[in-house]
Design a protein around this ligand. Sequence first.
Ligand code: SF4
Length: 345
Amino acid sequence: MTNMLLQIKDLRTHFFTESGVVRAVDGVSFDIAPGKTLGVVGESGCGKSVTGYSILQLINPPGRIVGGQILFEREKNGRKEVVDLLKYGARSEDIRQIRGNEIAMIFQEPMTSLDPLFTVGDQLAEAILVHQKVSKRSALDRATELLDKVRLPQARELLNKYPHQLSGGMRQRVMIAMALSGQPKLLIADEPTTALDVTTEGQILDLMQSLQEEFGMAMLFITHDLGVIAEMAEEVVVMYLGRVVEKTDVRTLFDAPKHPYTRALLESIPKVGHKHDGPLQTIEGMVPSPFNIPQGCPFHPRCARFMPGICDEAVPAETPLERSHTVRCYLYSEQAEGDRYGNPA
Ligand code: SF4
């Protein structure tokens, strides 16, 4: 593994329901370098959250990780080693050590993660005590320091408050404090600001960036919001129906997107300073049912560049473009003789 903290290879997570198999994640691969932020973007149901949950093996039945590798560089007994997280059982001691300690996760709605029956102090102290051999008093001191770090005023008093006594923004700061308690090398943030108003969202994103710098941690930032991606990510993965359709650095994604789905996503966001008389662009059609994924390129029923007889035959392979840019589309693959069909590069 070349200077990568996390390397996901051909990850497959499927859900075996009575109505059929849902291939929520179907051959996803990407890397995250230490201290860097990778954004994962796509519409609801594209598999981005399931990818995040799979890393920590938080997939419950009828879901199951059926293939792939999740290589993670961890430090064990003072030595660095690369391990395949999928070799650890979901209930193993190793994965418990990694969860919340080396890899932490924060979620869209903190109320679903915080227990309404316990105070903020109790919950933060518990998170600290799971991974550190310290007294309850030291854990509470550490909890106060963490609440200071996430810029919550009157941290000591806050320890005695219950989650329902805090605003949404404050609860998300508590969740971030909890995630930082183990000083993780990787933070998975699953739509952490989606439930917040725009001002609070901006504050939380600023906070996350400054904490990332201070702690030197990498981030996997999952969102449907390209504006958030532009602010937070260095590298971006665009997902559609369980697959990565485009992968590149953030500048290239906005300046020279290639995949018709990425282009459509970008066209559907309003641009500040651009006068627009007509209605805002939308992506044609709906995301297909996960039980009935179209043959060939799964985006073909919605794609303005659809090529009959090519796009509806087989799933396009990942085509490498310049540098670390890859795209899954026949417009760019030799298979469809992209230039003949009018490569839109
Ligand atoms: Fe559109 Fe065909 Fe490319 Fe799929 S493979 S995105 S249908 S042009």
